[in-house]
Design a binder for this molecule. Sequence first.
Ligand code: HEM
Length: 427
Amino acid sequence: MLTEVVKSQRDSGSFIRPPSSESSVPVAMLPTIFVLLAALATASDAALTRRVVCPDGNTVTNEACCALFPVLEDIQANMFDLDEPCGDAAHTALRVAFHDAIGFSNTQPSFGYEIISPSPDTTADHQDSTGADGSIFIFAETELSFGANLGIADAFNLEAPFIAKHNISVADFIQFAGAVSLTECPGTARPTFMFGRVDAKFPAPDGTVPEPFDPVSTILARMADAGFSPAEVVALLASHSIAGADDVDPTISGVPFDSTPSVFDTQFFVETQLRGTIFPGTGGNQGEVESPMHGEIRLLSDSNLARDSATACLWQANVNNQAHMASSFQAAFAKMQVLGQDVSKMVDCSDVIPVPPVLSASAGRAFLPPGTSMNDIEQACAETPFPTLPTAPGPQETVAEIPQDPATDGQCQDDGEGCTPDVLGLA
Ligand code: HEM
């Protein structure tokens, strides 16, 4: 329309030129032009900001998003532990969002999409793909028997009653709960959310989820096959800032990966770069190496990614750089959440996602844990020195366990037994 106005002005001999040729705009025309432009601007603003009032009084830009508010209110009040914001339930919901989505491949039919035609390399095939499609729960009896999914039974037990109660796809529920889980954690950038996933028709095969004992090259190759660059892999691993392990060392559970597992801060990237000196429980577990602090566990994969020449500088770039960590995670997570889905058929419901709690500048400042110094940093990035950090005062700490949410216990067992679709409300 703006083009039409300008064109009609040009036709009538009053074409607006840049200020250097002021004389070509008849002064008498200026008020008319400004009124027209102002009216256009107001009309387009209104179109951009038009909002729909949902039956419950919430407002959204797309009416389809109204369906998410009852789910949001229910999981905020009843699924995420109100006493433990960014605690076990939030961590569990975040991990399963990854394990469902990563069952996707751009190259291997058995990993990512059903072969439904002689030439599987077409968009149509990808529309039938797995990925963020709920297969991890819908076919839990199969997928939870895979070694890399050990512990995902917790997520099934936690989320299944809510999935059964709400009328959205299993795939949408898993990714919605994953996005909302992040809003429990100070320091995250507000996640986006696309709505309208199609549920899985078949399970993802074994081998799509990286293992903590996989070499860096294997992890990067698997993630590249799902569409992620090394930078995006490191970005996604910011999730381990709000995480811990229950099963890596079978003698202990709720063992954090960093000293601040309820805050999405950069301590994870600092502490994984410190020299390992101790096992929090027993030694000799597959996929575990020594950590720098009592009560903290370090995955072999995180240790290697922090030190490998392919990823060390990407890893270090997060240290004491909260904004970089939060924004790069936000972008990679958004990409992860729609793997295998046809985004053109989905609705942007980002405005349903709550704003996460703010992490103050002082709380977001990285530090070395008490008793450690810069001499304990195993510098691996060849290009830039590790940022100089202060050591927190006081004696050496034992990092506290993450209290386990009882709702993660239930009929679904670690090997997939009892994780049946009827519990999800599916026939
Ligand atoms: C790419 C390589 C990755 C490997 C090898 C890996 C491995 C692991 C392992 C072994 C655990 C501990 C499980 C247990 O014993 O309970 C874990 C926990 C976790 N991971 Fe990852 N992970 C990877 C990437 C990711 C990504 C991309 C995300 C999310 C976007 C993620 C989110 C989590 C969370 C939130 C937990 C804690 C779960 C809880 O406390 O219940 N991980 N990961």
